[in-house]
Design a protein. Structure first.
Length: 399
């Protein structure tokens, strides 16, 4: 009966860790560009291997087995720190983490081979792991991400640090630990250790699995709203974000200006120089439009048609932006386009009136763009009125 109980305790954490490792591997297989998910998979696999070596030395001897297993625990936690730091967009604290690992493993080796003392090994390893968690918390707090799940990850890391520091001390005080030899598997020390690892493994894994799932949903949504070539919003993404900006601007009473742009004679560029060159022209022009700033909503809403919605921007500023992009683009040098070939674009600019919705605003800007096309292209036209019979002002191309 005791053998069965010891075997159950020995296999509990390895089996749980393998299950969690498999779950992260499946998620990583779905989106392999998220390498931090693979790091979490390897992290839990290392934990499973480490706990297996704690109970079964496989002929290597107890001392060697314990050194390798604890090294795996430190390595697993380092992978965890690296994974969550990468996900949060902050720098991985490699130096501080490696110092903690060196200190923890140094204490383990000293109290294992030089001066055998089991409590010393316990505190060296646990305090080293706890210090790693504290480093993770400190680094994650530097992240600009502040969603609920991001805060939960920081909380889990903080609770795990507290467990590493407090649990060994409480067990030593309440149950006592023989300094001369390690406790049995069914002793209070191993039972509390196994239970705490199991509980925190589940809590942290569930938190991280939720975070990965939310990240995947957000990434898929972003991909569905993004034009693959220009990296701008596609029409669907532009309309959704533009509608949100218009609502917010209406509440704040802020002005909004819409700029529509169309590349002139783009079909001839594709026919003469090939679609690869045409794609590069799209990319270069998109980069020019992104100069509108981070608050602007910039999209590729058609093959060679683009839109820029600029909040807190009046009609004069919108016109100046369009003219700046027009002048810069006509002097653009694109690989594959001969120097004598001039690339141009036409622009229509409309300022929002009152609570005007996106559709009528785009209609007026499109009418202004059409006038620019009719006028010989390579020019900027402005819509002044809200009514369908709008008036326009022509801004001739610079000579």
């Amino acid at each position: 009966m005791a053998v069965s109980q010891d075997l159950f305790i020995s296999l509990l954490n390895p089996v749980l860790s393998i299950v969690l490792s498999t779950a992260f591997f499946v998620l990583w297989s779905f989106r392999r560009e998220n390498r931090y998910v693979l790091q979490l998979c390897i992290c839990y696999l290392a934990v499973a291997t480490g706990f297996t070596l704690q109970s079964f030395d496989f002929g290597a001897g107890p001392a060697v087995s314990k050194v390798i297993s604890n090294l795996l625990f430190f390595g697993a936690l380092l992978l965890f720190v690296a994974a969550v730091a990468t996900r949060q967009g902050v720098r991985v604290p490699w130096v501080a983490s490696l110092v903690c690992i060196a200190a923890g493993m140094g204490g383990l080796l000293w109290f294992l081979f030089v001066q055998p003392y089991f409590p010393g090994r316990v505190f060296s390893v646990n305090y080293g792991l706890g210090a790693l968690c504290i480093i993770a918390v400190m680094r994650l707090r530097q992240s600009s991400r502040r969603s609920v799940i991001d805060r939960m990850i920081v909380l889990m890391a903080g609770l795990r640090a507290a467990d590493f520091f407090i649990r060994p001390l409480l067990v030593a005080l309440l149950s006592g630990v023989d300094a001369g030899r390690p406790p049995y598997l069914h002793s209070p020390y191993w039972l509390t250790t196994s239970l705490s690892v199991m509980v925190f493994s589940l809590l942290i894994a569930l938190t991280l699995l939720t975070a990965v799932a939310l990240d995947t949903i957000n990434e898929l949504q972003a991909e569905s709203e993004t034009d693959a070539l220009s990296k701008l919003l596609n029409r669907r993404g532009f309309e959704q974000k533009a509608a949100s900006v218009l609502q917010r601007s209406a509440r704040n009473g802020a002005s909004v200006t819409l700029v529509l742009a169309d590349l002139d004679h783009f079909k001839s560029v594709n026919d003469r120089f090939g679609h690869a060159v045409g794609d590069q022209v799209i990319v270069e022009f998109a980069a020019r439009l992104q100069a509108a700033g981070s608050r602007a909503v910039v999209g590729r809403i058609g093959g060679e048609e683009f839109a820029v919605l600029m909040p807190s921007t009046d009609l004069v500023a919108g016109r100046l932006f369009a003219e700046t992009v027009r002048e810069a683009f006509c002097s653009e040098t694109v690989e594959g386009v001969p120097p004598g070939v001039k690339l141009t674009a036409s622009f229509g600019v409309a300022g929002r009136f009152g609570g005007e919705e996106l559709a009528p605003l785009m209609l007026r800007a499109d009418e202004a763009l059409y006038k620019a096309k009719q006028n010989g292209r390579d020019s900027v036209r402005i819509s002044f009125q809200r009514q369908p019979m709008a008036t326009y002002m022509e801004l001739p191309a610079a000579s």
